[in-house]
Design a protein around this ligand. Sequence first.
Ligand code: GDP
Ligand code: IMO
Ligand code: MG
Length: 427
Amino acid sequence: MPATVVIGAQWGDEGKGKVVDLLAERSDVVVRFQGGNNAGHTIVADGETYKLHVIPSGILYPDTLCVIGNGTVVDPGGLCREIRGLEERGVDLTGLRLSGNAHLIMPYHIMLDGAAEMRLGRFSIGTTRRGIGPCYQDKAARIGIRAQDLLDPKILVRKIEIALDAKNEVLERLYQLPRLDPAKIASEQLEYADRLRPFIGDSSLLIDRALRAGENVLFEGAQGTMLDIDHGTYPFVTSSNPIAGAACTGAGVGPTRIDRVLGVAKAYVTRVGEGPFPTELDDADGRRMIERGREFGTTTGRQRRCGWLDLLALRYAVRLSGITELALTKLDVLSGFPVVRVSDEYETRDGERLSELPYHQTVFHGCRPVYREIAGWDEDIEGCREIADLPRNALAYVEAITEAVEVPVTLIGTGQGRADVIDQVGR
Ligand code: GDP
Ligand code: IMO
Ligand code: MG
């Protein structure tokens, strides 16, 4: 598996952390390539739960290099806290690297994220309020602060002054918030710089060398396809590209270097935040998914909206990322439903049947899912590790998905723990 991209095929929280941790055992390098600490990737290893936000999910393996790539946005204070939290639990962080080109989330980005959401009122996106959108805005506006700026105090203060010049007007006049002092922010950031300095470097070069040496490199996506700023349910999306193509720009490798794309999908669907979600359930089935799946956000603690598996959205994800295989997580959560449903088609407000996701938001907002029913299974499959041990109906469910999306399911999640998986990858 020389170069494998792992991405979320739905609306995030598909179980990418668990899958990356699993594959990281056989990887030399794991690279996060987009997003920031809006992500929450959970790993349950040996009964211990780790919630990672920007540090790659290979960090529990001391010999694996964990790179925070140039396409990410990094909150220096948040990263320092994440490092400390892991160190306190005995995790070795010597393998951590931070791209000098990664953009930094500044305190004003967090303030502006919250203020913009308040101003949008009932039209708000339901962001994680971690400053992700405003930070990517500054990157595109070319007034962003990068990790490498932490290494040059003079440049750092100058750049913060330039960025704050217009922002202080916005903070004060538009949002009635206090103006910020660039020197104070710079000195705060320089304290973090002391901690982060040893990790900062040229990550693209490091990855290139690893690939040339024939090492296994894993690219870890955050969020999910339907939250993609170009292809997701805009404007209810995040401000980066969680699809596989972004691994190239966000890590600094060419597309010819990528060998495999593993899409991670839950056996059902969840979404946090606002925005359309055709298969959403507001009934006992949805509540059962919340309870059995413990569907509460890793980063913000918000309850996740739950619904049946949407095959149109999954096929869309396969198309956008060139997914070569799927990891289907949380199949154990569906045990005990008399029937399980998958949406094969949508019906529009005009009664038209669609088998592909419509590009137009007005059409999409009006779509209702057309379900296919598949007989459920009662057996508890938690911890099941062999495909042969799956109940017949559970297997039929997996096969129905494989057939509909035309890519094989090579991993099946059967519980939270690292070992709770049917792993066909190496077979
Ligand atoms: P990520 O953001 O894609 O890494 O996913 P999160 O960590 O935010 O959410 C996934 C949740 O499901 C976490 O609590 C995982 O521990 C849990 N999880 C992952 N795979 C499985 C599985 O196969 N079964 C069960 N029951 N839980 C799982
Ligand atoms: P992981 O990597 C689920 C959602 C937010 C909101 C929208 C925009 O754990 O799968 P943002 O703060 O990014 O500007 O918020 O995106 N969102 C996520 N939903 N999982 C995530 O990450 C998410 N990161 C952002 O809830 O709807
Ligand atoms: Mg998550």
